[in-house]
Design a protein around this ligand. Structure first.
Ligand SMILES: [Zn+2]
Length: 356
């Protein structure tokens, strides 16, 4: 079967590589059973480009939140708010992870490229070079005067989430709760509004995944860019705080933005349960729902590989052709598949980056 080049809206591969480095780790250039993306497996899966996230894990223990943090409630679960992250620690960690990506690019002998505009993105995909879009997930490393933002932009950052699922100086993310709406707290701070305006000016795509609902509406008040959630699903199917309500989806449609569907089973399954034995059809259920609500031009993939519990059947990035086969079975023709796998991301990035 011929591969479609896939642009994927979110991965935490840099975090996975960074956290596992001390224990010997794995090489990004060798096919491994550890983690979910490396260069050989990206090729097998048909991944042409991805948003490579920089996520700063909490200082104590250097770990991302895990299933151990979950507290069961009568009707679901709640995960306590992660503690705020110190700016100096966040900045140092962000620079270290960025440096990691740039070193990988240098070591790759032209097989991995950090892309900064549409010509570089489409050129890399065309040439079979894995394209990395540098994304920051949560703006803890950015100072209120936004000096670091200017420097990060020059370094290559082209996508930014104002928050991860914790509070910072710009706004508040959603804590993980099920079944609950994303309306969990206050909206953006004054610095948050300034950050949105600066991203609009620079041409950094704003990612609304992890932002609470009040913050989402605050962004809609001032942003002139398409509204984008790189890795979120339909609240109408799985009512977890991380997913988007129908009203939010309507606003995304109106702005001509898009949603990248996340493969995290806790954000896919109607019961919200952490059960990796989840059929790929559930991913397609979300895609169907989102396409119905947003149109075929406003939905893509946002896997969260290396940062989530994904369906066992998918296994890792090599499983993408299986998902595409299920989409074909469910009636998506080749033009629709091209939109879902790459064309929609290119259109939205072109607008967000003021590129043509
Ligand atoms: Zn995330």
């Amino acid at each position: 079967m011929q591969h479609l080049p896939i642009i994927d809206g979110h991965n935490d591969t840099l975090l996975h590589l960074y956290l596992h480095e001390r224990g010997g780790g794995r090489s990004f250039f060798e096919q491994s059973d550890s983690g979910e993306i490396d260069l050989p497996r990206a090729r097998i899966g048909g991944m042409g480009a991805g948003f490579f996230a920089i996520f700063v894990p909490e200082e104590s223990g250097m770990r991302p939140p895990s299933a151990d943090d979950v507290i069961l409630t009568d009707d679901g679960y709640t995960v306590p708010f992660a503690a705020p992250i110190d700016f100096n620690y966040a900045r140092a960690t962000t620079i270290a992870m960025m440096a990691k990506l740039f070193r990988l690019e240098a070591e790759s002998a032209g097989q991995l490229k950090v892309v900064r505009d549409i010509a570089e993105l489409t050129g890399a995909i065309h040439d079979g070079v894995l394209a990395a879009i540098l994304h920051i997930e949560g703006a803890e490393a950015i100072d209120p005067d936004l000096d670091t933002l200017e420097v990060f932009y020059q370094a290559g950052v082209r996508s930014l989430g104002l928050v991860w699922s914790r509070p910072n100086g710009f706004g508040e993310g959603v804590p993980y709760r099920y079944p609950r709406t994303p309306d969990t707290g206050p909206g953006l701070s004054d610095a948050g509004f300034r950050l949105v305006a600066a991203c609009n000016r620079l041409g950094i795509m704003l990612d609304l995944s992890h932002l609470n609902e009040q913050g989402f509406w605050d962004v809609t008040k001032i942003s002139n860019a398409p509204l984008v959630a790189t890795h979120s699903n339909a609240h109408g199917i799985c009512p977890v705080t991380r997913n988007l309500t129908d009203r939010q989806l309507d606003a995304i449609k109106e702005s001509d933005g898009m949603v990248g569907v996340a493969f995290d089973v806790t954000m896919l399954r109607p019961d919200g349960w952490l059960e990796p034995d989840t059929p790929l059809g559930v991913i397609v259920d979300h895609i169907d729902y989102l396409v119905e609500r947003l149109g075929i031009d406003r939905v893509g993939f946002g896997s969260d590989f290396d940062g989530a519990s994904i369906p066992t059947e998918l296994k890792d990035v090599t499983g993408l052709p299986k998902l595409i086969a299920v989409l074909r079975d469910r009636g998506y023709d080749e033009p629709a598949l091209r939109k879902l796998t790459s064309e929609n991301w290119i259109r939205v990035l072109r607008q967000a980056w003021h590129d043509g």
